[in-house]
Design a protein around this ligand. Structure first.
Ligand code: NAD
Ligand code: ZN
Length: 248
């Protein structure tokens, strides 16, 4: 089923009375100017993400992998949350949303004001030592590349690479939330497992699934409602309504 009116979407969201979880992918940040892996991003389009975001690539050429992450960090730190991030933050604030489960490594949900954010694929604003596990927060890319820990070990981006397993605590929490809630899936191609199967948990347990994505995905047929539109556009009106209610 597809429909176009943002107001109808807002009515559906309200009808859940807070029993709702958002599952987001790179598409939710596309309207903030952060390219998804499917976009053509100039400087780096000679490389496929699958060739850079892997433990093997890092072992082979840590400088190259770090250069790519430093470039992405700069993009992300300079970007601003868009109306989709902001609307989700307000929805949580007024009790319409339990949590955001994100595949994104950016920090735009947090910067928009979301508090309960579960990062399934780690965070680009952290690095960790490959030897001792020491984790360091970053608000700009490291000065020298590759960066080293006090213990002498090399630091790596604190993200989940292709071929690595997801953090167990976060994955279990996400599965639990999706089993027991309605789910709004925003800007994910549903190509990367196990995140892609999370909406199936909701559906199997009798919950409602909404999808927001300009393109058709493997989830489109499963979704009760599928809105073929950019996330920033879909949440424009919902953000305005929530903002007005907040002021009142
Ligand atoms: P993805 O698999 O989540 O695919 C992106 C999806 O977003 C596509 O289906 C596309 O149709 C959709 N989309 C594009 N513009 C949109 C918009 N304005 N509104 C709504 N949907 C939109 O992401 P990917 O790029 O294939 O990346 C795979 C992995 O890499 C994931 O873990 C992803 O989160 C991560 N990644 C993260 C970031 C980030 O943190 N911002 C950026 C790139 C990739
Ligand atoms: Zn160390």
């Amino acid at each position: 089923m597809t429909f176009m009116h943002d107001l109808e979407l807002y009515e559906i969201i309200k009808s859940f009375s807070g029993d709702l979880v958002a599952l987001t992918g790179a598409g939710v940040s596309a309207d903030s100017g952060i390219p998804t892996f499917r976009d053509k991003d100039g400087l780096w389009n000679r490389y496929r993400p699958e060739e850079l975001a892997t433990p093997q690539a890092f072992a082979r050429n840590p400088e190259l992998v770090w250069e790519w992450y430093a470039w992405r960090m700069r993009l992300i730190f300079d970007a601003e949350p868009n109306l989709a991030h902001k609307a989700l933050a307000l929805m949580e604030k007024v009790g319409l949303l339990k949590a955001v489960v994100t595949q994104n490594v950016d920090n735009l949900h947090e910067r928009a004001g979301s508090r309960n954010v579960i990062h399934l694929h780690g965070r680009i604003d952290e690095m960790r030592c490959v030897e001792c596990g020491n984790t360091v927060c970053l608000n700009e890319p490291p000065e020298s590349i590759p960066p080293y820990c006090e213990c002498g070990g090399m630091m790596r981006p604190n993200v989940v690479w292709f071929g690595e397993s997801l953090p167990e605590k976060e994955l279990n929490l996400a599965m639990e939330l999706c089993r027991s809630s309605n789910v709004i899936v925003i800007g994910t191609s549903a190509a990367v497992q196990p995140a892609a199967s999370l909406p199936y948990h909701a559906k199997r347990n009798g919950h409602f699934v909404i999808e927001i994505n300009p393109d058709v995905t493997p989830l489109t047929d499963l979704a009760d409602v599928s809105i073929r539109e950019r996330a920033g556009k879909v949440f424009e009106m919902i953000y305005a309504i929530l903002k007005e209610e907040e002021i009142r």
